[in-house]
Design a protein around this ligand. Sequence first.
Ligand SMILES: N[C@@H](CCC(=O)N[C@@H](CS)C(=O)NCC(=O)O)C(=O)O
Length: 217
Amino acid sequence: MVLKFYSGPVVGGGAAIVALALAEKQVPFEHVIVDMAANKHKTPEYMAMQPFGLVPVIDDDGFILYESRAICRYIADKYPNQGTDFLPKSLKERALVEQAASIEYSTFYPAIYPVMKELFGKPRQGLPVDQATLDEALKEFSAKLDVYEVILGKHRFLAGDEFSLADLCHYYNAPLLAEHGIDVMTSKGPNVTRWWNELMSRPTWVKLKADGFKSKQ
Ligand SMILES: N[C@@H](CCC(=O)N[C@@H](CS)C(=O)NCC(=O)O)C(=O)O
């Protein structure tokens, strides 16, 4: 049975990285749109799959998995011999990818979250954006990118010279910044700019943004 991928209709958040992982590994899937406006992600049926009532979720022939980063790892491990090898098997290469992936989860994401909350969360709740709060959040986030500038001065991607899960996780919500006129990812320094431009022009990503979550069976 083809893998079922549940998410909202828009390429963003955890659904963006799951869709990208599926594309990189050339895995066919059926996309199931969860009507979040109608709170379908809070129904008992849906919450039996995802107890927090969040997207995304996959159903791989009855095997239910949630948490987008865990799903990406599962896809990489399940299909080692097809598509992009973004989760290496050798001990030290894998450790370096996990180190960089931990940076995304424990440093990058917590720093970008307050920016996203101010920029998107507030308007969605009908509240005005507070420019001083946004500026402060951007300043904090930007300080993390200073360290990225050093790391990316040593190699092409975050964990070395190959694209990996660590890079992939950065598609979670950072692409939304430029879409809303915030150029922090391409104004910090030459290394972050080079890396980010490479990620944004990656063919799988360009296609995903153009086509949306096309079911591929
Ligand atoms: N850590 C989870 C976070 C999932 C998450 O926050 N999903 C958001 C969309 S990106 C959601 O479902 N929001 C709906 C809600 O909060 O009701 C993951 O990466 O899968």
